[in-house]
Design a binder for this molecule. Structure first.
Ligand SMILES: [Fe+2]
Ligand SMILES: [Fe+2]
Length: 263
């Protein structure tokens, strides 16, 4: 495990957990609601704190807003949230945009293909939107550090990005790596990879576009040194499971590969 990376097993799932801390840079999982609700997909939000500047990754919608605000405020003043990243357009990712713009001075980073849909979430101030081009790029932070935006189109959204943090070496993968827990069966870190696959399979087979897309993405992502994979749903993968995850994912038959099963 790299310097600064932590992830204790006795995690407070309501308050969240610091995944990495080197004294000037932190990567924080922001926890879950105390009570699991039937019919609601459980979501993960993350805060990166870099030398006094905050970046939120997929902070989500109205339902989780009070808890995400409370847990973010444990680590940084909301007035210091300079950037909010949305991996894609889905409501569990970005429907709280108007609320977040009202309580932070942040710029919003989102694929250029989804910008025109934002007014439907009640957001009309385009001066605070930074559209991401298809080839990705980076979010430049005021400290001089930056975060890398990795294209992950069609996994599942047609215009979709992941974030690689070079300091913590944590890869935020949005819906990729998502697991759907049965009620009462949630856990924040993957322990048994084989049993965890069963919680990921259905989601990935139906929501991801095709194996050719999976492999296209893998061509890009394998060049990164990754300590953890942090998805927007389900559990976080520590270093010992990263290679197994890629092995599973690169062989996945999904979407158009199994179209006859779907129609
Ligand atoms: Fe999604
Ligand atoms: Fe999602």
């Amino acid at each position: 495990m790299a310097k600064g990376v932590s992830a204790a097993d006795d995690v407070d799932i309501v308050k969240g957990e610091v995944l990495y801390d080197d004294g000037t840079h932190r990567f924080i999982w922001l926890g879950w609601e105390e009570h699991e609700e039937e019919g609601l997909v459980q979501v993960n939000q993350y805060l990166i704190e870099n030398k006094g500047t905050g970046i939120l990754l997929d902070p989500g919608g109205i339902h989780v807003f009070p808890r995400v605000v409370a847990n973010t405020s444990r680590y940084i003043d909301l007035g210091r949230i300079q950037h909010i990243f949305f991996s894609h357009q889905d409501p569990d990712v970005s429907s709280g945009i108007a609320l977040w713009l009202s309580v932070t001075p942040a710029k919003i980073h989102l694929s250029k293909w989804w910008v025109r849909f934002l007014p439907h979430y009640g957001m009309f101030d385009m001066s605070r939107i930074v559209p991401i081009e298809d080839n990705g790029g980076r979010i430049q932070l005021s400290s001089g550090d930056s975060l890398e935006l990795i294209p992950a189109h069609f996994l599942h959204s047609v215009a979709n990005f992941h974030v690689y943090d070079p300091k913590s070496k944590i890869l935020f993968t949005g819906d990729l790596g998502a697991a759907i827990f049965p009620k009462g069966g949630r856990y924040p870190f993957v322990k048994d990879f084989d049993s965890h696959i069963r919680l990921m399979e259905g989601f990935h087979k139906r929501y991801m576009a095709s194996n050719s897309v999976c492999r296209k993405y893998m061509d890009k992502v394998l060049k990164y040194d990754i300590e953890m994979i942090a998805p927007q749903h389900g559990a976080i993968f520590k270093k010992e499971h990263v290679k197994r995850f890629w092995d599973w994912f690169s062989g996945l038959r999904c979407g158009s590969d199994i179209i006859n099963e779907i129609y």
